[in-house]
Write a protein that binds this ligand. Sequence first.
Ligand code: NZQ
Ligand code: ZN
Length: 384
Amino acid sequence: MENFVAYNPVQLHFGKEVVSNLGKTVRQYGTKVLLVYGKGSVKKNGSYDDVVAQLNKFGMQITEYSGIKSNPVIEDVQNAIKLGIENQVDMVIALGGGSVIDSAKMIALCIPGNLDAWKVMKMRAFPKKSLPLIAVLTLAATGSEMNMFAVVQNPETGEKMAHKNPLIFPKHSFLDPVYTYFVSPEYTAYGIVDLIAHSFEAFFAAGKADLSDRFVQAIVQEAMRYALPVLKEPDNYDYRANIMWIATSALNGTTAYGRAGSGDWGVHAIGHTLSVLYDTPHGASLSIAYPAWLKLMKNRIPDRIKQLAKLIFNTNECDDFIVKLETFFRQIKAPVKLQDINIDVSRKEEIVNAMIKTKVNGYYQELSETDLEKITDLMFGNKI
Ligand code: NZQ
Ligand code: ZN
């Protein structure tokens, strides 16, 4: 086992109507709130009304920044920083999925020093502190509600990247599974793919960490167990609650302790390229990229893939594991080939070049330019 530091300061409020404690919880951080949300789903799922009622009840002054897009862009982050500074806000409340929470993390981080958020992402500017961030989660997927990562893209440079910083752990996260009843079947499935991908990324980091391997097994198997039931019965509290907690647990440190680093993240880097180029939803990029990556890696790290195969599907064969994984993704209607999201082979060069330009790589499983081309072929369903 590798040495590790376990640190996660997020106070997580989980369950039915937990937002009824939001007002008194955030009041301790001041009175002026920057409320950040997306393109309007929060007004249909009841969360916006609940949050605003709580803030009004405690006499808070609300400034809103809405319109954060899925696969969030740095321009929105910059605009919200400006708005927050103008209104001298004391805290940031993120209301939505991973895109909103990630944007809010960077907003809260950059307001105190009036910093350029992209410079911070690129580690060219270094914030000393952050405003308190409070998250109200409406979509089970990324784990952002209980981790120190923010992922934002810059269309100008063609990059989508993650920033890791202990200052951006939310102070509090409120998770009411009822809000997720309204998530579409597509995004419900993408969330499940994402949490499985997070568990796999951790699994493929260096270091022997048996307990963390078992957490990976439990998280992935539980997600697979609840996937079809939750798609069939989207307003079943128990199914939604389980999926929500599983997704949080997949990227809050649990699966990474005892390994070197939080994960390999090569497949995420491949997926981010697709999101930058075609605005592919994050989970959809991963259900295409993971099988392709495994097909390349099965000759390079066969023993590790076989260990995962044994844990997840009780099979000893890499090929059987990959087939079963693709079958599961198809069952929940997640794409497994680029053609499934209407990207045809004429795009191959564009994809390979974009990956090379942004230096797509894993932290532990290195990807050469030839590997990136092979993975692209595999994502089109071609043999290599
Ligand atoms: O914009 P609105 O109207 O809110 O609609 C959203 C959006 O269209 C909708 N939605 C959210 N909650 C809903 C809902 N619709 C109905 N009912 C609800 N309760 O769902 C759509 C997708 O939302 P988004 O926030 O983009 O999804 P997700 O939570 O999957 O976040 C994806 C982003 O997180 C990043 C991804 O790269 C991507 O940019 N990631 C963040 C990570 C982290 N911070 O740790 C790790 C991940 O690997 C990932 O990279
Ligand atoms: Zn992810």
